[in-house]
Design a protein around this ligand. Structure first.
Ligand SMILES: [Zn+2]
Length: 322
């Protein structure tokens, strides 16, 4: 064999975009590319788009120097055969042998893992989780996802579906969730609900009240509200945004208390779109968590902001290879 294998390709497969990157052994992204997923066109189109992305990267970075390809995919991933089951928002996709399809295209080792687990691994190896042996990773974005890191490894559970903290119920008679259950934390602090609740509060405000910064940020179109906008407004000390995020933090803390009690964990690293939120949101989660967790668990409770942002998916996927 000539030359050293120096990099891996990490692929972050999302319902809207496929982000792929060339990542070195220190977890640094050297080059990257984003293409549309076209998840509505079915699995073969999605596979073609992944193959296209990898070919593009191999046109600039020699395949001979590539250790392998790692893929982070939504849905339940079966590690044994590299298949992906029922990823949400992917049409016609029940069970697809994704790792095999990519391996056939490139003849390099291919590894696959659930996307939230990939982000958790990235934070554990290169990010905010590096200093902790055990922690819970929370993805707070469109939905609420999670990954459990125990002894620096991901805990998948016997069937590969562990870490679904978004469906931990905080009210057994509460709001209906997409999953069919009630009171799931995701139905209170997921993107759609947070945006909806903000819109309702803004619509209910009196004309003589000071205009909210949120309205300015969306140019008056309340349909454009999303958590990153709420976070931006909170950064500007907007009282509506601050109230919403403080309350959301309080709710998340109450859900995390149950997780910490069950898993005997002390630290949660929070990533996803909301991880750009101001410091007070993290304080609010921590305060609520500390108030509710069992006494023997209180010592060492910490809520930490994820460090790798949007890159965690690519870096975590590539780290499956090394
Ligand atoms: Zn649910």
């Amino acid at each position: 064999m000539t030359g050293k294998k120096t990099f891996a390709i990490g692929i972050d497969l999302g319902a809207t975009t496929i982000k792929s990157g060339v990542v070195d052994k220190k977890g640094k992204i050297i080059d990257q590319l984003t293409v549309e997923t076209r998840a509505n066109k079915g699995p073969s189109t999605v596979i073609q788009h992944i193959v296209f992305s990898v070919r593009e990267l191999f046109s600039k970075h020699k395949q001979a120097s590539c250790c392998g390809i790692g893929i982070g995919a939504p849905g339940v991933v079966r590690i044994e055969d590299g298949s992906v089951h029922h990823p949400p928002n992917f049409s016609g996709w029940t069970e697809v042998a994704l790792a095999k399809a990519i391996r056939n295209a490139f003849s390099v080792p291919v590894f696959i893992e659930n996307d939230a687990n990939c982000a958790a691994l990235a934070e554990a190896k290169y990010g905010a989780g590096y200093e902790f042996k055990d922690f819970l990773f929370v993805v707070w974005g469109t939905g609420i996802g999670g990954g459990i890191i125990l002894d620096r490894k991901i805990y998948r559970g016997p069937h590969g579906g562990a870490g679904e903290i978004g469906h931990l119920s905080i009210d057994y008679n509460g709001r209906e969730c997409n999953c069919g259950s009630r009171g799931c934390i995701e139905a209170y602090i997921g993107q759609r609900y947070l945006s909806q609740r903000t819109k309702e509060i803004l619509e209910g405000r009196r004309k003589d009240q000071e205009p909210s910064k949120i309205i300015e940020l969306v140019d008056g179109n309340l349909e454009k509200i999303e958590p990153s906008i709420i976070a931006e407004a909170a950064e500007l000390d907007d009282p509506v945004a601050t109230e919403i995020l403080e309350e959301a933090g309080d709710l998340l803390g109450s859900a995390l208390a149950s997780v910490m009690n069950i898993l005997d964990l002390r630290v949660a690293v929070i990533g996803g779109g909301i991880s750009a939120a101001p410091h007070f949101v993290f304080k609010s989660v921590e305060k609520s968590l500390r108030a509710r967790v069992l006494k023997p668990h209180k010592n060492g409770i910490r809520i930490v902001r994820a460090k790798l942002g949007n890159s965690a998916g690519i870096i975590g996927a590539a780290s499956l290879v090394f």
